[in-house]
Design a binder for this molecule. Sequence first.
Ligand SMILES: C[S@@+](CC[C@H](N)C(=O)[O-])C[C@H]1O[C@@H](n2cnc3c(N)ncnc32)[C@H](O)[C@@H]1O
Length: 216
Amino acid sequence: MTETTAWEVAYQRFETPEQERRKFLRRLRSLGAHRWDRRTGVLEICSGRGSGLVAWRALGFRDVYGLDLSVALVMASDLHRSSVVGDARRLPFRTASRDVAIVQGGLHHLPEFDDVRAALAEMRRVLKPDGRVIIIEPWLTPFLRVVHFVTAQPLARAMSNTLDAFAAMTDEERPTYEAWLARRDQILATVAVDFEPVVVRKRWGKLVFVGRPRPR
Ligand SMILES: C[S@@+](CC[C@H](N)C(=O)[O-])C[C@H]1O[C@@H](n2cnc3c(N)ncnc32)[C@H](O)[C@@H]1O
């Protein structure tokens, strides 16, 4: 029996799976994924309870796998048969086997910056030479500063389950979250070692990076 952590509890009450699925669908469409070849092989790392995988499937992609370290979240996923429990720093996938490697909100959970480097190198390794990486992570934009200010107010937390769940998640992941937010230049420089940027957006508290693996 695996114990559910306080972070996993807060994550599962932040949004319903349906809200997550709609959010991920909007994101994928905003990147033009609905126009890509449906035979594209997708690997989503740090896939949590799998709502991102459900969004890929809803767009018609069939060759979709997820990977997450949390047994509880993988087992909670509707697509748990397409998900593996595993570590983003050592992906159990063959070199040059995937067309898309995507991470949404997972890199900022890794304990050290060397772990982020390792996860990026693994995404680079499993991608085909003409593949795409998609990285969507928190980013300290003015909007996120406002969110931090609001969620620091006990009254706001008392009035909104969503704000309270966000604040509870942030409390649980604070050391890695704050270290991540403080490293903007280093992150972009590190990502650029493995990937040539195609899209870089920083808005609404998120970095959206789409890139191509650099030739070795
Ligand atoms: C903020 S959640 C994001 C989940 C999902 N991508 C989403 O956006 O809803 C971060 C996820 O990273 C996972 N995680 C943390 N460290 C990991 C690692 N080393 N390897 C794989 N997954 C990891 C956690 O279990 C968690 O599910």
